[in-house]
Write a protein that binds this ligand. Structure first.
Ligand SMILES: [Zn+2]
Length: 250
């Protein structure tokens, strides 16, 4: 009877250890996600800041170009005034016509420059509007990132706390298990993708799905010894609530 109790208790300890390991793995997975989440937040903010900077640079260039055109316009207008003076002083019709052609060409250039200046003014206005809008949004984004970073910090703290609790619990379980069995558990876990236990249910190992020998079922129910699946070598266990008539498995 004592042995039966011990086997049952040992299996329960192993199952709890497996659960703890899986929980620890899950918590570690969540902790690993946090720096990635932080990075994504900052990357998003950086990209947005870059867009604002690009528009600001474009606005600076646009204003510079406009100033240059305004200087050029002044020069052209002075030239036009000079031509108008000359027009009063020409002596021949030929000279007069030649000067008129020059003036016409000059006027055409002046209109061209004025049009370009108007385009640049419109562009600058659009850019100023867009920059204002983006800066407002950027401020909002910064606040959101700050809030989210703070939340992540809290989450990380909570996860580390959970991890510590789980690890302490795991150590307690490990201390209760015979060293040899613990080593065997760790060996199976390391070669079997972290899963060292398998439920025996409906005549099959529930992890590798291989049919179990009826004798294995009998022995499991009898709790006489700790058994492994013949196929995947994981520790086998039966759930308390499972009622199986082994004769039906024959
Ligand atoms: Zn198996």
């Amino acid at each position: 009877m004592t042995q039966e109790v011990n086997v049952k208790e040992t299996i329960t300890l192993l199952r709890r250890l497996q659960e703890s390991d899986m929980e620890i793995e899950e918590i570690n997975g969540k902790i690993d996600e946090i720096p990635k989440k932080r990075e994504a937040l900052n990357r998003g903010l950086q990209q947005y800041t870059q867009k604002v900077e690009e528009e600001e640079n474009r606005l600076t260039d646009s204003r510079k170009e406009r100033r240059q055109l305004e200087h050029s316009l002044e020069d052209h207008n002075l030239k036009d005034a000079r031509y108008q003076d000359q027009l009063m002083q020409v002596k021949t019709n030929k000279e007069y016509r030649a000067l008129l052609t020059e003036i016409e060409q000059l006027k055409g250039k002046i209109r061209e420059i004025e049009d370009k200046i108007l385009d640049l003014m419109e562009e600058a206005e659009e850019l100023e509007k867009s920059i204002r809008r983006r800066k407002k949004k950027l401020e909002k984004n910064k606040q959101e990132v700050e809030t989210e970073s703070h939340r992540l910090e809290k989450e990380e703290e909570a996860l580390n706390h959970q991890l510590e609790k789980r690890e302490n619990f795991k150590r307690e379980l490990e201390n209760k298990l015979p060293l040899e069995l613990l080593e065997q558990y760790n060996r199976i876990k390391s070669v079997r993708h972290g899963i060292a236990l398998a439920e025996a249910k409906d005549g099959f190992c529930q992890v590798c799905h291989v049919r179990l020998r009826p004798q294995v079922y009998y022995d499991l129910r009898a709790n006489k010894s700790i058994l492994l699946c013949d196929n995947c070598n994981r520790f086998l266990f039966l759930r308390e609530d499972e009622v199986v008539d082994p004769t039906k498995l024959m």
